[in-house]
Design a protein around this ligand. Sequence first.
Ligand code: FES
Length: 317
Amino acid sequence: MDTVTLRIKRYDGVKEWYQEYQLPYEKGKTLLYSLTKIREELDPTLTFSAACRHAICGSCAVRVNGNAFLACKTSLDQLLETFETERLTLEPLNNFPVIRDLVVDWEPKLERMKAVRPWLIPSEDGDPSEGFRQSPEDFRKIASPTDCILCGICSSECGQLSLNQEGYLDPFILNKAYRFAVDSRDAAPEEHIRPALEKGLWKCLHCMECVTKCPKEIDLAGENAYLRQASIQMGERDNKGARHAYAFVEDVKSKGRLNEVTLPMKTEGFVSTMNRIPFALRLIRKGKINPLHMPREVEGIEGVRKIYEHAQGVKEP
Ligand code: FES
């Protein structure tokens, strides 16, 4: 291979277009190297952001062939091999307003982040002269969420956010809620968790895109599960998400499988389920559900119940 083609989405504040740049192929370079080379040698108007070049500042994230990467951490060879092509399409992050070319606007996101109060809320009874001491064990709980570099990759790839910008918080914001909720020095975890709950905590689609793309390998899905569980422990059970979780647990415990006819009723309530009858009829016509099917206990249900008994006896880490 002699050359590589980067097809880049451009935006000048008014119109959008794709522009192609051909570069001589150089082995062992990063994507950021290629972008810098274009700007320095081919087109000084190409706009992108980068600062540290070491996966620390989070400013160089872009989408390549529909997947978000940190340009400074991603090898061009790896991209060419992954996508089996010599021609890559680069676009700005998804789910962000674009300022120019590959640069996105963080202001609205940072404004939204304030909802989860991303700071320590100290106890009023504490003795300030004691400082904010933390054991190594407690520090370990916040070590991974603190790794977040605010690159925005999780938000760009989030399936729920693509559908529902207003009704769901960006995964990195939920990460902030988690980071302060589990901090042993924070006196009001519910003040971080409740806003997350009100902004669609249970709406995560479990697509796992945030987890697989996070350049810091933060377990965003695990954090989300913790926040949900903590919200239930706070007494927040009267919402669709919590009702669905309880209905799911009950079904599997009693029969070892789900009852797809009663599950929506238990989750959404009678009236809301009735409003969905046209949708349910379409599912029945397509053979997706059978309203007459009453699931029987699965073989080995005793084993399933033992798993439940065991799980109830396991202490939270
Ligand atoms: S330039 Fe800082 S993370 Fe890539």
